[in-house]
Design a protein around this ligand. Sequence first.
Ligand code: ADP
Ligand code: MG
Length: 242
Amino acid sequence: EELLDLRHELDGIKVRGLDVPKPVVTWPQMSLSMSTLNVLRNLGYDKPTPIQSQAIPTIEAGRDVISVAKTGSGKTLAFGIPVLRHILDQRELGSADGPIALIMAPTRELAVQIQRELKPFLKAHQLKAACCYGGVPIKDNIADVKRGGNHLMVATPGRLIDLMASNSGRVLNLKRVTYVVLDEADRMFDMGFEPQVMKVLQSVRPDRQTVLFSATFPQKMESLAKKALVKPIEILVGGRST
Ligand code: ADP
Ligand code: MG
């Protein structure tokens, strides 16, 4: 059933899966919003990185994805650019009842880094993100979440579980979440967060889109991916390291 696609092996990209969308190597060919193109230009990001070339069209086609590429290869925007359209397509319904997209990262530093990197893009589309992690008073997170209007939530799994449990589940509502990112998935599992990640995923509608990003692709992660993702396309930049 599986298909090994070697078209991109020359670029050091291996793609595996069924009906894999073609990579796109320039921003204008990606049918991005004007605002997104402007931010990219202001940042001086002339063209997509290899992981962005392959992952963005694949995610925008609605597919679940496992993306493995080394640190510094531009994974944040590979999942961050598709998140914008995903939210914009749905925000007409109102954003009072909870976020539309959820990004999980293993540590506070990584969550903050993701939020910082996505900030200019969110701002250009008048979108708001909540960023929640342990080590700060949970009441601050609760206030932020209760204020509403957050289209996106960036969080560590532990704090997310705590927020989901607070006030018998009346604080954080994940029923509108239709796009989930597991960033630095290898570290998330090294740190023992698998039960929390699975618990969160069980609270998100099963017809969601789920994308996993990682610097390495250990066997353990593959078995989790099988449980959490549906017919994922695997994108490996620079070979599989375990
Ligand atoms: P990773 O998550 O793979 O470790 P990041 O997403 O943090 O990598 O990106 C690494 C750096 O590359 C960041 O400073 C980011 O702003 C920058 N970057 C991302 N995409 C591009 C691009 N298309 N062109 C130039 N720089 C980029
Ligand atoms: Mg990263």
